[in-house]
Design a protein around this ligand. Structure first.
Ligand code: SF4
Length: 595
């Protein structure tokens, strides 16, 4: 692809119609001229689509959801008012990313998988004429079933079609005869009729063998591109394209977290508490290691130092913070001589005076920590055992840790981090975690909202507190034994509640959380109940109905009936000591009485 600063010419792809595909097969690089800024901008737009697909796949979205998501992502990022320009953008962006993602096995694998998925869902929504045209273009050799063969198999084909909820075939020409090993997904899900080693694939199922053809072509093309890139292009383009290409695979596409002004500054006296509550695991690990070892190697100093700058630590505080730790290991004089420069450099006060920005997840995940290094992403760089221990230390339950570890094992590191965030904050993070500083700012927003939440009365034994008082007291105390005790008490309470629900349901099936909530619902008339445990605050107002409060050894349950606008407390001990369901019914009577 020639890249010069001049006007583009349109490719000769036709605009969309029923019979003409708008999906290119990307067989030859375009010969058109591309402006350098379009070169990068188009690639970034396509990358947003591919990363959206990657995230959705990791979250286990179903095919129908994927179809909608791919269409939405495409419309949001790849559209152009002129059809010919949209097709140009499609082709150019694909070939730029091919250069970006051909360079290592890992990059190739990711790109191949995302491009094949993108192709699959774009292909699915095309008409059958387009399907046939693309199959011919791809050189797929399978022929349609002859009329004679079709008439002989019509009943059997009809049976299979009905069993998968499709209309039985009425004419030939709508089936392809394909060696059965070419369509393993159809065979495994029994959605195809097989005879004498051939699968009879309906026209609306051809995506099953078209995508592997597309994938196989792209896979070979990526290897060839890599050879050309390393042997010639990288050197030839070292001043122009190479820096763009090398930056794109680690580029972060979200907001700039240079210094998050929205959250103001953090002060040194709060830093331990803030780290515990709102730092992602990568930064907690560096922070704790620094506190214990009083030293971090260069990679760790850069990763943590820039993150702290991004969360609002001023240069003076940063110098004081690092000096306080390093001086315990190397002495103040050596710190000032050898290490203070690097900190000032990060803040743009030395050298080229660049105002460096904090590292994104992508960059951290792709880093390669060596022996004695502590930087990197724990979801990628920790062993399973270490990751489990680290999650436990953060306060993630063992059940949630299992999910996190599964995601990390399947190499969805950012999703693993997102699940950790959700488990710790009791709130969903639909956008996913893309940047450590985003983790921090999202966390702070949630915690601040909780701080400013409604101030409800909380009854603990004979005393009445306000929820804001409790939060303030808990903050002062930090995460201490009282919290653990309260958490244990709540676990016991829930275990008993589950047992009661089970009995109430006649012991017939496994209990789901939904059943328990429904059971409580029937008792107190609330419309929505959630049980959320969170490591830092014991007190939280939840939606319309239910507050769990732990304070010292007293645990109270506050049922808030929003519709009636009244509150009632039922002491924890009353509920926990209940052995029989009738006592819960007694609670119901109490609530009625209170109304
Ligand atoms: Fe840090 Fe990002 Fe890894 Fe989370 S996913 S631990 S924020 S690098």
């Amino acid at each position: 692809m020639e890249v010069v600063r001049s006007q583009k010419q349109a490719l000769s792809y036709a605009a969309s119609s029923d019979n003409v595909s708008t999906i290119p097969l990307y067989r030859t690089p375009p010969t058109l001229e591309v402006r350098l800024d379009d070169f990068e901008r188009f690639a970034v737009d396509r990358l947003l689509v591919l990363r959206g697909i990657s995230d959705a796949l990791a979250r286990g979205k179903k095919p129908d959801e994927m179809e909608k998501l791919v269409s939405d992502l495409w419309k949001a990022n790849m559209r152009h008012p002129q059809a010919s320009e949209a097709i140009n953008k499609d082709i150019i962006s694909h070939f730029v990313l091919r250069l970006v993602y051909c360079r290592t096995e890992e990059l190739r694998k990711w790109f191949l998988s995302m491009e094949s998925t993108l192709f699959r869902y774009r292909f699915r929504v095309e008409s059958s004429h387009v399907h046939k045209a693309l199959m011919t273009e791809l050189g797929i050799p399978y022929k349609g079933v002859t009329n004679e063969e079709f008439m002989g198999l019509k009943d059997k084909l009809g049976l299979v079609a009905r069993s998968v909820g499709q209309t039985p075939p009425t004419s030939n020409g709508s089936y392809y005869k394909v060696p059965f090993e070419e369509v393993p997904e159809l065979v495994a899900s029994r959605r195809v009729f097989i005879q004498k080693g051939y699968a009879y694939v309906a026209l609306n199922q051809v995506v099953s063998f078209v995508v592997p053809h597309f994938r196989s072509e792209l896979s070979k093309a990526l290897v060839i591109t890599n050879r050309k890139w390393t042997s010639m292009i990288r050197e030839q383009e070292k001043d122009r394209l190479t820096p763009i290409v090398e930056a794109l695979s680690t580029s972060y596409l979200g907001p700039d977290y240079g210094q998050d002004k929205a959250l103001g500054e953090i002060s040194l006296k709060d830093i331990d508490q803030v780290a515990r509550a709102s730092f992602p695991l990568c930064m907690q690990h560096l922070f704790n290691t620094l506190r214990e070892d009083h030293h971090l190697k260069h990679g760790g100093r850069m990763q943590l130092g820039l993150f702290l700058k991004g969360v609002g630590l001023t240069l003076d505080d940063a110098l004081a913070f690092w000096r306080a730790e390093f001086s315990q290991k190397v002495g103040t004089e050596r710190f000032d001589k050898e290490y203070a420069y690097g900190i000032r450099h990060n803040y743009g006060k030395e050298g080229k005076r660049t105002d460096y920005t904090p590292y994104s997840c992508q960059k951290i995940i792709l880093s390669t920590p060596g022996v004695g290094d502590h930087h990197g992403c724990p979801y990628r760089h920790f062993s399973e055992e270490n990751l489990r221990a680290a999650l436990g230390k953060m306060g993630v339950s063992s059940h949630a840790s299992d999910d996190v570890i599964n995601k990390a094992k399947s190499r969805h590191y950012q999703l693993a981090c997102t699940l950790t965030f959700e488990a710790l904050h009791g709130a969903s993070c639909d956008a996913g975690i893309n940047h450590p500083n985003q983790y921090f700012s999202d966390s702070q927003k949630i915690l601040n909202e909780k701080d400013n939440g409604p101030d409800v009365d909380v009854y603990c034994g004979d005393s009445v507190y306000t929820s804001h008082d409790l939060i303030a007291q808990e903050k002062k105390q930090g995460q201490n034994g009282a919290l653990n005790k309260a958490t244990d008490d709540l676990d016991e309470f829930w275990a008993r509640l589950v047992a009661l629900t089970y009995e109430h349901m006649g012991g017939e099936k496994e209990i789901e959380l939904e059943d328990v909530l429904q059971f409580i619902n029937n008792i107190n008339g609330c419309t929505h109940i959630r049980h959320i445990r969170f490591p830092y605050y014991q007190c939280m107002f939840i939606a319309t109905c239910f507050v769990v409060v732990g304070f010292g050894t007293h645990v109270g349950l506050l049922f808030r009936v929003a519709s009636a606008g009244v509150r009632l407390t039922v002491s924890y001990s009353t509920l926990v000591l209940m052995e029989e369901p009738p006592i819960l019914y007694k609670a119901k009577e109490d609530i009625r009485g209170f109304h």
